[in-house]
Design a protein around this ligand. Structure first.
Ligand SMILES: Nc1ncnc2c1ncn2[C@@H]1O[C@H](COP(=O)(O)OP(=O)(O)OP(=O)(O)O)[C@@H](O)[C@H]1O
Ligand SMILES: [Mg+2]
Length: 235
């Protein structure tokens, strides 16, 4: 079997200490392989976002290891970790985190700017992704003037502009109406299908979870069950 794109070993996260100590993750060990789609599901407070932040190298575990393509991340220098994160991952979070005063194009090409790419190449790549998501006509709009669904698509565009290996999405459809949710789901699974992007999705939405090849069910900081789909259901 190939080396997993992401792998955890006995992952522990403890918030606070003493009387306010909270064990958010209680020793999780699992693998995610390139090209998989994985849903992380469970009740509010079960540790889903905490787990996603650790997998995405946005936060450090209290104990245990996250390995990216077989390499334990805790051995790497912080600068190398930010570089890996910027090159390998895309993020779509429920809270949009777009800069309201920048244009859509400026917002979505930020990862390329961070990577040191020149402006004309950035804009070319940015427009390409916006066209894919049917948002090219909004490129020059301020992000603040978009609808909820358009903001979500702009976040997806920003997550894709680096051609990431892994796309993390925390409640990508949480704020959206049914129709817009379906559009966003179609985009995510289309990318998964057409480009082999690994999807890691935290969701309360059972339909969205059911479309993923694997479901990790969390309860009180543990993975209590894991389900596999026999055949991938296409969006
Ligand atoms: N910075 C923090 N300090 C202390 N406790 C925290 C912190 N962040 C999260 N927690 C606690 O850890 C637990 C897991 O939080 P997490 O955000 O991972 O839950 P979740 O499964 O994503 O929930 P939701 O579905 O509501 O988003 C919760 O009980 C939360 O209160
Ligand atoms: Mg959460």
């Amino acid at each position: 079997m190939s080396i997993p794109v992401l792998e955890t070993e006995n992952l522990v996260k403890v918030y606070g200490k003493g009387a306010t100590r909270f064990d958010a993750l209680k020793g999780l060990t699992f693998e995610i392989h390139e090209g998989e789609s994985v849903a992380i599901v469970g009740k509010s407070g079960s540790g889903k976002s905490t787990l996603m932040h650790l997998l995405a190298l946005l936060d450090e575990p209290t104990a245990g290891v996250v390995a990216l393509e077989g390499e334990p991340v805790n051995k790497l220098k912080p600068k190398k970790i930010s570089q890996l994160r910027n090159d390998t991952f895309g993020f779509v979070f429920q809270q949009f985190f777009l800069n309201p005063n920048q244009t859509v194009l400026e917002n979505i090409t930020l990862p390329l700017k961070i990577a040191g790419m020149g402006k004309s190449e950035r804009n070319r790549r940015g427009m390409e992704v916006l066209e894919q998501l049917d948002m090219a006509d909004k490129a020059k709009n301020k992000a603040t003037n978009l609808s909820g669904g358009q903001k979500q698509r702009a976040c997806i565009a920003r997550a894709l502009v680096n051609k990431p290996t892994v796309l993390f999405a925390d409640e990508p459809t949480g704020n959206l109406d049914t129709v817009t949710s379906e559009i966003v789901e179609d985009i995510l699974f289309g990318l998964h299908r057409d480009y082999g992007i690994t999807l890691v999705v935290v969701t309360h939405d059972e339909d969205l979870a059911a479309k993923c090849q694997r479901r990790l069910m969390m309860q009180d900081g543990e993975i209590v069950t894991e389900e596999h789909s026999v055949k991938e259901v296409q969006a």
